[in-house]
Design a protein around this ligand. Structure first.
Ligand code: PGA
Length: 245
């Protein structure tokens, strides 16, 4: 495990984007695992800048997003497909057909999850996965208690995640209560993982993830067993780590 503690959220975003840019330059048809949420936004903006100003080429890159709400159409403002188009894909020379987000409107949700796993396999597996982390230690929508060997599936969101996400919706009743999410087993198969966290509300989850026991009660703690994971943090998110003191 590698831990990089940056002076600011901006520095975190640039550091993470540089890792991504480096891997894309060495393997132009890289398979990326992507995340939504507020934390990777700065990294996505920096990747867009690198594309525009430094010719970072996404024409062969393939992407798989971690998750999607059940019930939101792709053009819904809060759907993760919409988020990705707006913040990243629309600004790159990426082929839309190479970008994958689970289909939250699929009639057969279980079949859609199985097909998603098969598509990741057919692409050769994920080379580089970016992750955020929830205040409860979740990764993607794998909430505490999710089995470490879980695969892409339909999940119920916990009350704390619904609360965390309610800031994006007009009313809390509008927040979807189910999602399609890659499983922890799926995520752990990525060849390289970069987890991003900023702000002090993530400090406890980061300390438990890095320095606590590996337990399904803290889904991200499994990353201690991943052979190639880098945590890119700002100082606030790293503030409860014993090792940083
Ligand atoms: P955030 O969400 O980046 O908006 O904090 C991260 C997560 O819940 O996984």
């Amino acid at each position: 495990m590698k831990v990089i503690i940056c002076d600011s959220a901006e520095a975190m975003s640039k550091t993470a984007a540089n890792i991504f840019a480096d891997r894309i330059r060495s393997k132009p048809n890289l398979v990326l695992g992507l995340a939504t949420g507020s934390t990777p936004l700065g990294m996505y903006a920096e990747l867009v800048r690198l594309h525009r100003e430094e010719d970072l080429d996404f024409s062969k890159v393939r992407t798989f997003n971690l998750d999607e709400y059940v019930g939101l159409p792709p053009d819904h403002e809060q759907s993760y497909r919409h988020f990705m188009n707006r913040h990243l894909f629309d600004h790159l020379n990426i082929d839309p057909a190479n970008t994958h987000v689970p289909d939250g409107l699929a009639r057969d949700l279980d079949g859609c999850c199985a097909a998603y796993e098969a598509a990741i396999q057919a692409a050769g597996g994920i080379d580089l996965q970016v992750l955020g982390i929830g205040t409860n230690g979740h990764i993607a929508f794998n909430e505490p208690g999710s089995p470490f060997d879980s695969r892409t599936r339909v999940v119920d969101l916990t009350e704390s995640t619904i609360q965390d996400n309610s800031r994006f919706f007009k009313r809390i009743e509008d927040v979807p209560t189910r999602a399609l999410s890659m499983g922890i087993g799926t995520i752990m198969e990525a060849r390289e993982i970069v987890l991003l966290a900023t702000k002090d509300n993530k400090a406890e989850a980061i300390a438990r993830t890095l320095e606590g026991p590996v337990t399904e009660a803290v889904p991200a703690s499994i990353l201690q067993r991943h052979p190639n994971v880098t945590f890119v943090l700002d100082q606030a998110a790293a503030s409860r780590l014993k090792r940083s003191q």
